[in-house]
Design a protein around this ligand. Sequence first.
Ligand SMILES: [Fe+2]
Ligand SMILES: [Fe+2]
Length: 201
Amino acid sequence: MPTNTPTRDEAMALLKQYNSSERAIKHALAVEAVMRYFARKAGEDEEKWGIIGLIHDIDYEQFPDQHCQKAKEILTEHNWPEEYIRAVVSHGWGLFNDVEPISLMEKTLYAVDELTGLIAAVALVRPSKSVMDLTAKSVKKKWKDKSFAAGVNRSVIEKGAEMLGVDLSDLITDTIMAMREVADEIGLAGNTSSQQNTTGN
Ligand SMILES: [Fe+2]
Ligand SMILES: [Fe+2]
């Protein structure tokens, strides 16, 4: 069967078919935005990178024990191109499978996935509850505090930065900049807008 290059709308519909939690959708949107940012930076295909970011955890809500494997089945059923499927599966390298990230797109997804979670967690404990005024320095401060956002695997992020050959602080800064682009959609714009709404009363 010929493969079908998915549109962003198709990817979103498929994501919502398998995910109902707001948390899952917000994570998908955050990773999509970061993938788009890095694709632009590298002069790569922004739409493709974004769609892969959006869909990467499609199976996690329903099949956490078969993470990435189920995603492969679902995307294969929908005739997604092999390149997209491999990229999705490779974000689980070392934890869920042995499909190593090889392309720049795969390495980027691997490096930023967990990082978006840590950045979101750090933003939410700030007075502003926002990524708009967040810096890499604040994220680095929480790096060694293993009890903070304990579910975030720091070593995966470090390994990802190493694979990309980038400095960890630069990776964090770029990821924050990318998340700012969708701050409203992912619930990390803080209380700035609501404050503005109440002025003039
Ligand atoms: Fe995942
Ligand atoms: Fe993820």
